[in-house]
Design a protein around this ligand. Structure first.
Ligand code: NI
Length: 167
């Protein structure tokens, strides 16, 4: 089932999400629905607060053939290394893209839908995506990663869209 993606302005996006404690059928269904919603958007990552659920989980697939599907539950970034610069988007900011600096590589520990702990060592787009989505779980959005001038430009664009009823 496709879920509704909330846009910037919704207070759930700036709230710290709660840990997942129940690894039940409801969680599996949420993860499945989040994958469907992300693919249809389309996007490469989607965090639970973006579908109105203030829980610490996100889904990701940066491949082009659905070969790198991951659900990260209660993720923790253990180490980061290097820097990468590149344009970033967010499904809660439709049509908005700008350059954000992130770690080039990171190691993340999380649980899968069964509650089993795993660790992944990721680079490039997957590292960028994990950083972006983990930020969502802390109520932090990618506009906080740029300077005030750039942020004001983005906010101006959003205000215009809100005014014209397109947000
Ligand atoms: Ni996002």
């Amino acid at each position: 089932m496709k879920l509704q993606i909330v846009k910037y302005g919704d207070p759930i996006l700036t709230k710290r999400a709660e840990p997942v404690t129940e690894f039940d059928e409801k969680l599996k269904e949420l993860v499945e629905n989040m994958f469907e919603t992300m693919y249809e958007a389309p996007g490469v990552g989607l965090a639970a607060p973006q579908v109105g659920v203030s829980k610490r989980l996100f889904v990701m697939d940066c491949s082009k053939d659905k070969s790198r599907q991951f659900a990260f539950i209660n993720p923790v970034i253990l180490t980061t290394e290097g820097k990468q610069k590149g344009d970033e988007g967010c499904l809660s900011f439709p049509g908005i893209y700008f350059g954000v600096e992130r770690a080039e590589r990171l190691v993340v520990r999380a649980q899968d839908v069964e509650g089993k702990t795993f660790e992944l060592d990721l680079v490039e787009l997957e590292a960028r995506c994990v950083a972006h989505e983990t930020d969502h779980l802390d109520g932090e959005l990618f506009i906080s990663k740029v300077g005030p001038l750039k942020r004001e430009m983005v906010m101006g664009k959003i205000r215009k869209l809100v005014k014209s009823g397109k947000w």
